[in-house]
Design a protein around this ligand. Structure first.
Ligand SMILES: Nc1ncnc2c1ncn2[C@@H]1O[C@H](COP(=O)(O)OP(=O)(O)OP(=O)(O)O)[C@@H](O)[C@H]1O
Length: 304
């Protein structure tokens, strides 16, 4: 089910077109990674979805309605944009209670979201003394107050330690498993490979790719297979004769393209050649992303 729909969205600041005729959807039950180099327009797009910036043209809707038309916004969409935005002198519990009361949400939600984010033990402590990881949790607790079906996180793992990153990753996955739509921006492609089901990639405010994570890697994979054998030269001849392209890899391994791992294995068995390794090479998401966005990055470099 489509929960967020961005259609023909353009946002200009003075002469700068920051978001340029952008269209994509965010579906329920999935984590959608929103990727792009710095300045690509991710935060601006999220702000428009959340009614914090007005579109120059086009639209962004949550559950079919513009943010400002939602009767109880926090019950539809929760967001974590900037974890530093919590008033430092306020206690975690009081911060959440103030939000709940001012938004007409039941008070019991405060304890529920504190428990869900593992903050019960520090509910009475002032947020000013929280570590970045705890502030992120508090921000996520606030986003969950209205039990929304849609969640938006802007660079939630920025600056976190590995444990904090893992916690956020698992948390986003659990939110998606509950059927919620999760949109998360990041410039950490490797992180998205482990977290997202779907990717929306933008550069210079324009859509570059809108695809499943697996599909994204498969389409951009070279399909090369790393092969190790005690007889590399002899096997290379057999491979070439079977139509494969063979390059030298590290430590006298072979990088073979044009045949699948299974075909290579069968060919080796047929010729009685023992293999000590047969590993399909997948490009990292990082590599695929750099390749995909290099034009928009170069453009920005030239403009600067
Ligand atoms: N209020 C504003 N007024 C003028 N320009 C703005 C405003 N907000 C953002 N911009 C510009 O719009 C461009 C896109 O910014 P945005 O923050 O949306 O990108 P981003 O993809 O989130 O990048 P980052 O990962 O660096 O946060 C940038 O060049 C930024 O300077």
């Amino acid at each position: 089910m489509t929960m967020i729909e961005v259609r023909g969205l353009t946002k200009r600041y003075g002469p700068d077109t920051v978001v340029d005729d952008l269209s994509f959807t965010v579906e329920a039950g999935q984590v959608t990674g929103f990727l792009g180099p710095n300045g690509a327009g991710k935060s601006t797009t999220m702000k428009v979805i959340l009614g914090l910036a007005a579109p120059t043209s086009g639209s962004a809707t949550v559950g079919g309605r513009r943010y400002r038309d939602l009767p109880v916004p926090l019950a539809e969409v929760g967001a974590l944009l900037d974890a530093g935005a919590v008033h430092g002198a306020r206690k975690a519990h009081d911060h959440l209670l103030a939000l709940a009361v001012s938004n007409g949400l039941p008070r019991r939600r405060v304890d529920e979201v504190l428990a869900r984010t593992g903050l019960e033990g520090v509910a009475g402590k002032r947020a000013g003394g929280f570590s970045l990881g705890m502030r992120q949790r508090l921000g996520i607790a606030a986003a969950l107050l209205g039990d929304p079906r849609v969640l938006i996180f802007d660079e939630p793992v920025n600056g976190l330690d590995p444990e904090g990153i893992r916690w956020i990753r698992d948390f986003m996955r659990s939110l998606a498993r509950e059927g919620r739509a999760v949109l998360v921006s990041s410039h950490l492609m490797s992180e998205m490979a482990q977290t997202a089901d779907h990717l929306v990639v933008i550069g210079r405010g324009r859509l570059i790719a809108d695809t499943g994570v697996d599909e994204f890697l498969r389409d951009r994979g070279e399909g090369a297979v790393l092969v190790r054998t005690a007889e590399p030269a002899a096997f290379a001849l057999r491979l070439t004769a079977s139509g494969a392209t063979v390059r030298d890899g590290v430590e006298s391994s072979l990088l073979v393209s044009g045949l699948t791992g299974e075909e290579i294995g069968r060919l080796a068995a047929y010729h009685g050649i023992a293999l000590s390794e047969l590993t399909p090479q997948r490009p990292s998401l990082e590599d695929a992303f750099m390749e995909l966005t290099k034009d928009s990055v170069e453009y920005q470099g030239a403009a600067a």
